[in-house]
Ligand binder design. Structure first.
Ligand SMILES: C[S@@+](CC[C@H](N)C(=O)[O-])C[C@H]1O[C@@H](n2cnc3c(N)ncnc32)[C@H](O)[C@@H]1O
Length: 263
């Protein structure tokens, strides 16, 4: 049984969603713009979180379009727009969407850092591929967990951060997250009959940057699990200190975007 590893609510959840938007909206938006003509489009945003992508879509589709954001939680401050609907729904293989939306067809189905957390992700993606309009696109963006330390005050610090990153990955796997999903998504979309393309991109993150803050926030959300695994409070504190140190450098996680078009 899968459960979402990260916080559903509270300041760390809010911060997490804000940082996701700051880190990746500027690459998500051009990808969507290239894939789909948004004015008048019907768009679905899966695991919509804080709603930055859904709100942007709602402004782009205009009054003749429609955006449905689906998430197991309605985040406080989720943007309100006349063209933006939000459904609180736990997406599963049996019920990818609330039943009243299952017959809809879409120009865009978008899922960023979302399907990876869902049990039945293959079936959900396949079912929604079947609800695309001709020319419609299903765009999946996932993280390839391969952050590496590029500069740290000592070898011990470098080693600690690498071990913490492995610990974070292990905590996600223990909660049912499929860390291999970014590599399997293309095959799932192709098997669903879509014409598939993809891109990978990444950046370097300095201590104190949004990227390093994203990693620090994830460590904080998972810290009770990390403490149970192998780490001491002093080690976690040291890692958090490094993520805020402007002399610390790491290669940020690669992002992998996979999109399939219905012909
Ligand atoms: C890492 S956040 C990504 C949020 C947003 N897509 C973004 O990129 O900014 C993952 C989101 O997926 C939601 N989620 C996880 N499992 C879910 C499920 N089974 N059904 C619906 N939402 C789910 C979480 O509540 C969370 O808001």
């Amino acid at each position: 049984m899968s459960r979402y590893a990260l916080a559903d609510s509270g300041p760390l959840a809010t911060l997490h969603h804000e940082v996701l938007a700051l880190l990746w909206d500027d690459t998500t938006r051009p990808l969507i713009n290239k894939a789909v003509k948004l004015p008048g489009a019907a768009c679905l945003d899966l695991g919509s979180g804080g709603g930055s992508v859904a709100a942007w879509l709602a402004s782009e589709v205009g009054n003749t379009g429609l955006v449905l954001a689906v998430d197991r939680v309605l985040q406080p401050g989720f943007p309100i727009r006349s063209t933006l609907h939000h459904e609180v729904h736990e997406m599963t293989a049996r019920a990818p969407l609330p039943s009243k939306w299952m017959r809809h067809t879409w120009d865009l189905v978008h899922a960023r850092l979302a399907l990876v957390h869902m049990e039945g992700r293959d079936e959900i993606a396949t079912a929604l591929a079947g609800r695309l309009k001709p020319g419609g696109v299903l765009l999946i963006t996932e993280l390839v967990p391969d952050g590496r330390v590029l500069r740290a005050p000592s070898d011990e610090d470098r080693d600690l951060v690498h071990r913490i990153l492995v610990g974070v990955a292990d905590s996600f796997v223990a909660s049912g997250t499929d860390r291999g999903w970014s590599l399997r998504a293309a095959a799932v979309l192709a098997d669903a009959g879509l014409e598939v393309s993809g891109a990978r991109y990444g950046r370097m993150w300095r201590g104190g940057s949004h990227g390093a803050g994203f990693v620090a926030g994830t460590v904080l959300q998972l810290q009770s699990d990390l403490l149970e695994r192998e780490f001491t409070p002093a080690q976690i504190d040291r890692a958090l200190e490094l993520f805020m140190d402007p002399d610390f450098l790491m290669s940020g996680h690669l992002m992998s975007s996979t999109w399939g078009t219905k012909r």
